[in-house]
Design a protein around this ligand. Sequence first.
Ligand code: NDP
Length: 264
Amino acid sequence: MNKLFSIFGDPVSHSRSPLMHNSVFKNLNYDACYTRTRLVDGDKLRETFFALGLSGANVTVPHKEAAFKACDEVRGFAKSIGVVNTLVNENGRLIGYNTDADGFMYAISEFKDIKNVLVIGAGGTAKALVSRFLQENLTVSVLNRSEARLDYFKKLNCECGVWNDFKVQKYDLVVNTTSAGLKDENLPAPLELINSILENSNYVADAIYGKLTPFLKMAKDKNLTYKDGADMLLGQGVLANELFVNFELNKEDIKIQMKKSFQL
Ligand code: NDP
């Protein structure tokens, strides 16, 4: 096998990235294989990457900020947010990128007239999405469970709040970027607050994929237009794969083959 890729995370067993990328490699005859690596200590990311002899990797919860630190060079959008989800081995140098935000923009392209967005959560995904929304001149509010991580967003002049001091406004789109609902049945904020937010929102999205989270179930029950994180996953995956194969494969072909793996 010519090239080996992996996803790093903890937990990582739920990740669909191996299926997605292997579907592309296999069906487009690209000599490579993609595996998964559970990594507990983010500080070990760099040495583990090179010890495994990887050509590239994706990084998921909770190591995207550690991945930024592990790089020799960070390119594009990832540089401004300090969050990396894609690593490429370029002649022994570790190059970092972020494909999550553009993947999400692709996912919501069917949602029209979005001007005012509420992001729930303040982790790596929230940073990527909020920075991308601000690039598009959208008005962005951020709601998080705890205060500490909100500083980053206050500096960007976003309206910020924690559960007990949050003033709900009208939103065109509300996005859950927390991991509440990933491995549990939690809502990303207390029930009453989520109720009020959804009653003031048009479109609803969740970064979590492969299940109807309690948050999306509430949106569904209120007849709101909603989507889970599957298209975001597809979008970020296509962009990461292009980087892995150094743009040697056609983007549309990558997308078709990657999408096939969603039926598995
Ligand atoms: P981080 O660990 O960086 O951030 C997690 C955030 O979730 C923090 O704001 C944290 O709040 C909050 N949180 C965690 N548990 C709870 C809870 N029980 N109730 C309320 N808030 C909670 O994670 P990421 O940003 O990297 O990822 C977040 C989610 O997005 C994951 O579920 C991941 O799977 C998903 N994702 C999906 C992608 C896709 O392609 N579809 C791409 C990227 C991510 P606090 O600050 O208080 O700790």
